[in-house]
Design a protein around this ligand. Structure first.
Ligand SMILES: Cc1cn([C@H]2C[C@H](O)[C@@H](COP(=O)(O)OP(=O)(O)OP(=O)(O)O)O2)c(=O)[nH]c1=O
Length: 201
């Protein structure tokens, strides 16, 4: 039944369980302002031979559960983004040398960016989406890799690059969701929020 005019829709509080400023900005773009932002601290180390998709799903669910334990009465939104090169996971580079090595691996090759989004509901169930974007970087010269490392934009991000910043000039090809690469696929996130009654259908 449509809400009567002037009636405020009852909806649970929405908590974003993420320290990523990108995720908050992406939500703002679709008019979603969480009631609270509560980053979680979980161990993000991949298991032995863990595939990129499995890792993303496990970590997004882990973040959502950790968030839900702090705010059980809220809808808790969490996500995890990983860069997959074949079966290999490229995490957040530890230092400049690793950032340069990752760029060298990505140079001239196709790779995937996978984001798992998980929404924990106050009633205890969880809903989730797994989204894959395929990208290809041009072949990078040594000078380009050096410039990228010097830019510092590799810090704290999966694969050591940010498509929303200078790295986009090296992206020759992209198939799928752009927001997924930045950390939160907006189409699928909106679907989850609609399914939970937080956004209107
Ligand atoms: C590939 C890529 C990743 N990223 C970011 C998105 C994510 O913030 C980050 C991947 O790390 P995540 O572990 O998914 O997220 P986070 O540590 O930033 O935040 P939290 O765990 O608290 O939710 O990399 C970009 O911003 N641009 C890109 O092009």
């Amino acid at each position: 039944m449509p809400a009567s005019p002037g009636k405020v829709l009852e909806r649970p509080r929405l908590v974003l369980a993420s320290a990523s400023p990108r995720r908050l900005e992406l939500l703002a773009r679709i008019g979603v302002t969480p009631d609270d932002v509560r980053p979680t601290e979980i161990d993000e180390t991949p298991l032995k031979s863990e595939l990129p998709r499995s890792l993303a799903i496990r970590l997004a669910a882990g973040k959502a559960l950790a968030g839900a334990s702090l705010t059980p009465d809220a809808l808790v939104l969490a996500a995890d983004t990983v860069v997959g090169l074949g079966r290999r996971v490229l995490g957040k580079p530890a230092d400049e040398a690793e950032a340069a090595r990752f760029l060298g691996l990505l140079s001239g090759r196709r790779h995937r960016v996978i984001t798992a989004v998980c929404l924990a509901h106050p009633e205890g169930q969880r809903t989730a989406r797994l989204v894959t974007t395929v990208l290809a970087f041009q072949r990078l010269t040594q000078a380009q890799i050096e410039d990228h490392v010097a830019s510092g934009e590799w810090r704290g991000v999966a694969g050591g690059y940010q498509i929303q910043r200078r790295a986009e000039m090296y992206v020759r090809f992209l198939s799928g969701s752009h927001s997924n690469v930045v950390g939160l696929p907006l189409f699928e996130t909106a679907q989850l929020l609609r399914g939970a009654g937080w956004l209107r259908p």
